[in-house]
Every structure is written in structure tokens, then in C-alpha cells.
Design a protein around this ligand. Structure first.
Ligand code: THG
Length: 270
């Protein structure tokens, strides 16, 4: 399973302050921490709540430049606005970036898929449409269906599509967790080649001991076939359990990643 490090996000107070003050050192430290912990991809979200799209574009440009100086890992350019994503993508010099995210809303779908065609890389697609997030499983699968078909028409490889079933807090809806697990397996059977991704920490919002819930949910998602998670890679217990699950589920040849992670963590402790 791929780990997309979540910590470069303008909704976090420290990151918002660093973006607003153009504090490259603070961003660099937060990137390196996730890179060294084992993130495969670094999510880059410049949304600090500014209402002007032009401001988020400028912030994204600055952020992409700083983040790519700090890591050789691929970036996931994260915004609902395709102009913000386009501005970020343009500056990327390293490995093929991810797009985070498209949805089935026609204008957003069209513009994000056009960008995905130009990068030839992964695109995260939210299971929602112009009316918002469907409450039912069927509604979310219909949104995914529209995205899958549109991507096919545009000649985008289904393996580039990472469907996000949209995790909701279990404290607000007691079926939110199980619905996500079912969506992960349904998406994989109904849309051949397509992949799945979740924003892990949404599940535990509003509850104590969030790490325990995030951790448990991640392991259940892996059993359902999850391919990637947007998460905090610095949680060592979660990281080791994730590697252990992949190894047990037959997705880690000769336990290579498990051993790599074990060694990285052991040498850090010395
Ligand atoms: N799906 C997709 N993209 C996403 C999300 C998703 N991008 C943004 C978000 N959701 C995932 N990113 C984060 C980034 C940081 C945190 C959570 C999700 C985070 N949250 C802590 C909390 O919620 O308490 C800490 C908050 C704080 O420090 O203020 O760190 O679902 N495709």
C-alpha cells in the first residue's frame, strides 16, 4: 500500500502560518520528516481558507517549489480548483505528480481529467458529484461510474484512477466505516484496473484515541483491498502494522518492505 503523507496542508495551523510567512524552513522540516518516515508521496495542499483563488494559486506555486527542494518523492497536488492544480503541476520538475482530486461534477471532471492526460500520472477521484456526497453506496458508485467512463473516453489508463470513497466520521454515522470497506471492494470489482485511496483520519473525527481508530480502520481497509492512504506516516505502530498486513495478505514479496521498515525504525532509535 502506498502512503501519501498528509502534513503539508494549509488547514493545519502551523502550515498555514508557514505559507503566509513564506517560511521555507518550517515546510522543509515537515516534508523531510514525512519523507524519512517512509511516505511514498507527499500531499501538497495550499488551502488556508483564503477566498481569492488567485491567492491559493500563488501559495501553491510557492509551496510546490519549496516542497520539491526538500524531497525527491512524487508530490500530490491537492485542491478542488483545477487552476490551482494546473499552476502547481507546471512547476514540478521531479517524478510524475499526482492530482488530488477530481469528482463527477462535470466541470471539475473535465478539467481534472485534461490535466491527468497531460501528466499521464495518477489522479484521485472523489465518489461525489455536483450535488455533493451521495449518502448511499449506490450513489457513490454511480459517481465513480461516471468518472471511470469519462476517463476511458479520454484514453486515461484505469490504473491511474484512485477512487476515494470519502470517509466520514463514525461518530456521526455508525455505518460510515463499513460502507467505506464495502465501497473499497465494490470499486475494485466493478471498475477493473482502478485503484482505491482513503483520507484515513476522517474516520476518527470527534472521538478520543483517534490513533487507535485510524490504525484499526487502516488494517480493515487493507483486507478490503486498499491501494493507498492519505495519512500521517510518522506513527510507527501504524506503519509497522501496515507493513505486517501487506506481508500477511501476500502483497510484500519475501517481506521486503516489512524488513526495510523494521530496519529504518531500528536505526532511527539508535
Ligand atoms: N481525500 C482526499 N484528499 C484529502 C482528504 C481526503 N486531502 C485533505 C485531507 N482529506 C487529508 N489531509 C489531512 C491533513 C491533515 C490532517 C488530516 C487530514 C490532520 N488532522 C488532525 C486532526 O484532524 O485532528 C490534526 C489537525 C491539526 O493539527 O489542527 O493532521 O479525505 N483525496
Amino acid at each position: 500500500m502506498l502512503i501519501i503523507g498528509e502534513k503539508i496542508n494549509g488547514t493545519l495551523k502551523g502550515i498555514a502560518a508557514a505559507i503566509n510567512q513564506r517560511d521555507a524552513e518550517a515546510i522543509t522540516a515537515a516534508v523531510r520528516k514525512q519523507d524519512q518516515a517512509g511516505a511514498d508521496v507527499i500531499d501538497v495542499n495550499a488551502g488556508t481558507g483564503k477566498t481569492q483563488a488567485a491567492a491559493e494559486i500563488e501559495d501553491m506555486k510557492w509551496l510546490v517549489e519549496v516542497v520539491q527542494q526538500a524531497t525527491a518523492k512524487p508530490l500530490a497536488i491537492d485542491s478542488e480548483n483545477s487552476e490551482v492544480i494546473a499552476a502547481g503541476l507546471q512547476l514540478v520538475k521531479g517524478p510524475t505528480p499526482w492530482i488530488n482530486s477530481a469528482s463527477a461534477a462535470p466541470a471539475r471532471l473535465e478539467s481534472m481529467l485534461a490535466l491527468a492526460r497531460s501528466t499521464g500520472g495518477p489522479v484521485i477521484a472523489l465518489c461525489m458529484d455536483e450535488k455533493g456526497i451521495p449518502t448511499s453506496m449506490e450513489g457513490r458508485l454511480r459517481a465513480a461510474e461516471r468518472i471511470y467512463q469519462a476517463a476511458r473516453e479520454k484514453g486515461i489508463n484505469p490504473e491511474c484512477l484512485y477512487f476515494d470513497p470519502l470517509v466520514m466520521p463514525i461518530c456521526a454515522n455508525d455505518k460510515a466505516g463499513v460502507m467505506n470497506l464495502e465501497l473499497i471492494s465494490s470499486i475494485k470489482t466493478r471498475f477493473p484496473g482502478a485503484r482505491t485511496v482513503v483520507g484515513l483520519s476522517n474516520i476518527s473525527f470527534g472521538l478520543p484515541q483517534r490513533e487507535v481508530i485510524n490504525h484499526t480502520f487502516l488494517i480493515l481497509c487493507l483486507q478490503a483491498g486498499l491501494d493507498a492512504a492519505i495519512m500521517d506516516p510518522t506513527r510507527i505502530n501504524t506503519l509497522m502494522s501496515l507493513r505486517a498486513s501487506d506481508a500477511i495478505l501476500g502483497r510484500d514479496r519475501i517481506c521486503r518492505r516489512y524488513m526495510q521498515t523494521y530496519r529504518a525504525i531500528s536505526s532511527e532509535k539508535k
